[in-house]
Design a protein around this ligand. Structure first.
Ligand SMILES: *Cc1c(COP(=O)(O)O)cnc(C)c1O
Length: 422
């Protein structure tokens, strides 16, 4: 008797855009051209335009660069955004070079005096300040340069914004290194009122909150309304007129359902109802903007059974696409089978006199070339028949994918990068 498989939700299959598929198949024919990342800039352009169109005009859209800082991606996103949110001196230098003239906001913990000074020199539009100490460092840097730094204080409010799904990144609501408890905000306000030259070089514009990632529209609106309640009261009692409130990012991306999208229309409607005349609302999503435009395309090198399971070994792996390892999910994928003309055992793509390793339709674990059991891109997932030489196109690889991966582990060659559209 076979033991029953535990029922595991299967990721849906992403729709591979025609131009991505054509390029992937061409690269597949070139033998050594895979693995590769393909960025669908046309798809990204349309998606970013749709996000912008769903938001009320009074709501500003910034993009969190850490999700994917690829220069071509940044330039397309910036067409539809009011600015780019950076979180390091490295991102500052990169964005300044890649998208000259972009409006930049600077967030993230542990900003150094050198980073703050560089950001002041570059004319960063807003600083999201993470602590009273950082506020003083910023004031000193701005005063030394005879400039004024425009600031939102980042608050960590005591409520749980997360719907609690596994893999969510909770960044507020409890003890975290991010932002300030309300008491620390008050310390900042006291220092700003101190009358020192450094404090005078800081202009307080409002508050910032980024509490969690993985929020659906209803959860994001509920979090926004609590942040707004707090921010309006705090700003009014500290004399911040026409306040700005940055509501952060964290809009959900559902890796189980690659064809679904965050409900930007509902979110936009809700923000439209929440917004009040005279204040500026701003959001800074990352993942939900760029996840869908990226494809990691690779090739099946080998297929073999192991103790009742089937494994397909792919070129590349999680050192190129760490997302499934980082999030603990199965990366959605589509199989691009070998062209029928190339399936013969003695065709030019199969020069050997033994049969191609292959499997019948069924469950398979897709792994990479790394010598670690963690190098799994999708575990025990249903696949059509699969054979060495087939291509696998992993979707939703446009955010927190290449740029969070441990590229040099095992020293395999890096993927190539290709772009379709502009
Ligand atoms: C990471 C981050 C974002 C973007 O989060 P996503 O989940 O990618 O939307 C926005 N703001 C801050 C402060 C962040 O740290």
């Amino acid at each position: 008797m076979l033991t029953r498989e535990t029922v595991r939700p299967m990721p849906g299959e992403p729709t591979v855009p025609a131009r991505v598929r054509e390029l992937a198949e061409r690269l597949g024919r070139e033998g050594t051209a895979l693995p590769a990342y393909i960025y669908d800039l046309d798809g990204l352009d349309a998606h970013a335009a749709a996000i912008r169109a769903a938001l009320p005009s009074a709501v500003e859209l910034c993009y969190a660069v850490k999700a994917n800082p690829d220069p071509a991606v940044l330039r397309v996103v910036n067409r539809h955004a009011n600015g780019l949110e950076i979180a390091s001196g490295g991102e500052l230098a990169h964005v300044t070079a890649a998208v000259p003239g972009a409006r930049v906001t600077f967030g993230g913990p542990g900003k150094t005096p050198a980073e703050l000074a560089a950001a002041i020199r570059q004319g960063v539009a807003r600083f999201h300040v993470e602590s009273p100490h950082e506020l003083r460092l910023l004031g000193a840097a701005a005063a030394a340069a005879d400039r004024t730094a425009s600031v939102l204080l980042r608050v960590n409010l005591p409520f749980d914004a997360s719907p609690g799904a596994a893999g969510d990144l909770v960044m507020g609501g409890g003890p975290t290194p991010f932002g300030m408890d309300p008491g620390l905000l008050d310390d900042c306000a006291r220092w700003l009122a101190s009358g020192s030259r450094e404090a005078g070089a800081v202009e307080l514009r409002g508050l910032h909150a980024h509490l969690a990632s993985g929020l659906d529209a209803a959860a994001a609106l509920a979090a926004a309304s609590r942040v707004l309640d707090f921010a309006r009261r705090w700003c009014a009692s500290h004399g911040v007129r026409n306040p700005e409130v940055n509501l952060g990012g964290g809009m959900a991306v559902d890796y189980q359902h690659p064809r679904e999208r965050f409900d930007w229309a509902a979110y936009g409607r809700g923000l439209g109802q929440a917004a009040r005349h005279g204040e500026t609302l701003r959001i800074e999503p990352g993942r939900a903007v760029t996840a869908y435009c990226g494809w990691y395309v690779t090739r099946v090198l080998d297929v073999k059974p192991s103790h009742g399971k089937t494994f397909a070994v792919l070129a590349g792996g999680t050192h190129h696409l760490r997302t499934p390892a980082a999030k603990g999910h199965d990366q959605p994928f589509a199989i691009l089978p070998l062209a029928a003309s190339a399936t013969g055992e003695n065709s030019e793509t199969w020069p050997y006199d033994w049969p191609r390793p292959a499997m019948e339709p069924g469950r398979v674990t897709l792994v990479g070339q790394l010598c670690t059991p963690k190098d799994v891109l999708a575990r025990d997932v249903q696949a059509p028949g699969l054979r060495a030489g087939d291509l696998v196109a992993f979707g939703m690889a446009g955010a927190y994918a290449w740029n969070i991966s441990h590229h040099s582990f095992l020293m395999h060659p890096p993927p190539a990068f290709h772009y379709v559209g502009a």
